[in-house]
Design a protein around this ligand. Structure first.
Ligand SMILES: Nc1nc2c(ncn2[C@@H]2O[C@H](COP(=O)(O)OP(=O)(O)OP(=O)(O)O)[C@@H](O)[C@H]2O)c(=O)[nH]1
Ligand SMILES: [Mg+2]
Length: 332
């Protein structure tokens, strides 16, 4: 199940208390202070893990509390430090403060770590508190509390390319042809129920493509599955808009999706977009050329494909994408 939002509580460990103790032995009845310091509490640390793709595990586990530091003891023994705990999250997880909504950290790099809650310092034992004015303190310091936060984790996928379009247009067929991803492909709408990532290797270049579930009219207002997943294309570098040109209303379908994108986030108006006219093997040539003229008039990059006929049909698209994701523009 694809879960992309979760609320959790985290608490770092409290510092252990310093000890009050005095050295005693058969020969020394009144030894000096020897109480050790408390140990530091454990930190709570987030870590990206490329083997995890959703926030599913946070549906059931919602509390992450690191252990406290141990108390100090006699004979100048320091308390044990609490172990740090690591919370593994998918690449692209944004950590927010629940109360303010502020972004605390964007886990947007692979192998990234972020200390979200720091363990409290251990309290000082009476051995370390002695001074010239008080050579035998009968007190020690308490450990400091560890930090506590209520957090919202939000996953926004980090793919280079986002495949969008109406249901049944052939998006999953394309990603399964160009990458190792194997989403379900079938001749009915809403086959893909959650975003699928695939890594494309094109000669010496490699990039990540996301297959986004089909969008429909009013997706930006929550219709179909689209709304939930539109946020996952916001961080793509380029969109590939797949249109089934075997349908008479290809132009209308293309504009419906654009309208939904712009209503969801008007920054999409300035987003680089490539248009792919798919299913040309079964499409009427007049519809293809009408659609092509329309897209050219709108100044989008345009490709005609038949994704079921293999990778060769998609080669020029891959060439452009590989150039684009490693440079910075469709004209480059
Ligand atoms: N004839 C023909 N059929 C195609 C082509 N590309 C995809 N199809 C078929 O179209 C149907 C839908 O393909 P999918 O790849 O599942 O479409 P999708 O866009 O992922 O659909 P959703 O997941 O529902 O959004 C499948 O039966 C594919 O075999 C093509 O180029 N030509
Ligand atoms: Mg699909």
């Amino acid at each position: 199940m694809f879960v992309d939002i979760a609320n959790i509580e985290i608490k770092a460990g409290d510092g252990g208390n310093g000890a009050v103790s005095f050295y005693r032995s058969p020969a020394t009845a009144l030894g000096g202070p020897d109480g050790g310091n408390g140990g530091k509490g454990g930190d709570v640390i987030f870590q990206t893990d490329s083997n995890i793709s959703t926030l599913y595990k946070f549906r059931t586990k919602k509390k992450f509390f690191a252990p406290n530091g141990g108390n100090g003891a006699g004979k100048k023994c320091s308390g044990k430090s609490g172990e740090n705990i690591f919370i593994k999250v998918p690449h692209g997880t944004i950590i927010k403060d629940v109360a303010s909504g502020a972004v605390i950290c964007d886990m947007d790099k692979l192998d990234m770590t972020f200390v979200a809650a720091r363990g409290g310092k251990g309290g000082v034992g009476n051995f370390n508190l002695k001074s010239s004015v008080n050579r035998a303190p009968k007190y020690a310091k308490k450990g400091k509390p560890g930090e506590y936060f209520n957090l919202c984790l939000e996953l926004k996928l980090l793919a280079d390319v986002g495949l969008i379009g109406m249901p049944n247009a052939g998006k999953s067929t394309i990603i399964s042809t160009i990458s190792g991803a194997r989403p379900k492909i079938a001749d009915y709408p809403f086959t893909t129920l959650s975003p699928i990532l695939g890594v494309v290797n094109y000669f010496d270049k490699s990039f990540v493509v996301a297959d986004i579930p089909g969008l429909i009219k009013n997706a930006s207002k929550g219709a179909g599955l689209g709304h939930e997943f539109l946020k996952h294309v916001q961080r793509c570098k380029v969109l590939v808009h797949v249109v089934d040109v075997s349908l008479d209303n290809a132009i209308e379908n293309f504009e419906i999706i654009n309208k939904e994108l712009y209503e969801f986030d008007e920054n999409f108006k300035n987003f680089p977009m490539i248009v792919v006219a798919n299913k040309i093997d079964i499409a009427d040539k007049k519809i293809i050329s009408k659609f092509e003229n329309y897209i050219n008039s709108k100044k989008f990059k345009f490709f005609k494909t038949s994704a079921v006929n293999g990778k060769a049909c998609l080669d020029s698209l891959l060439y452009l994408l590989s150039k684009f994701v490693t440079k910075s523009g469709l004209e480059s």
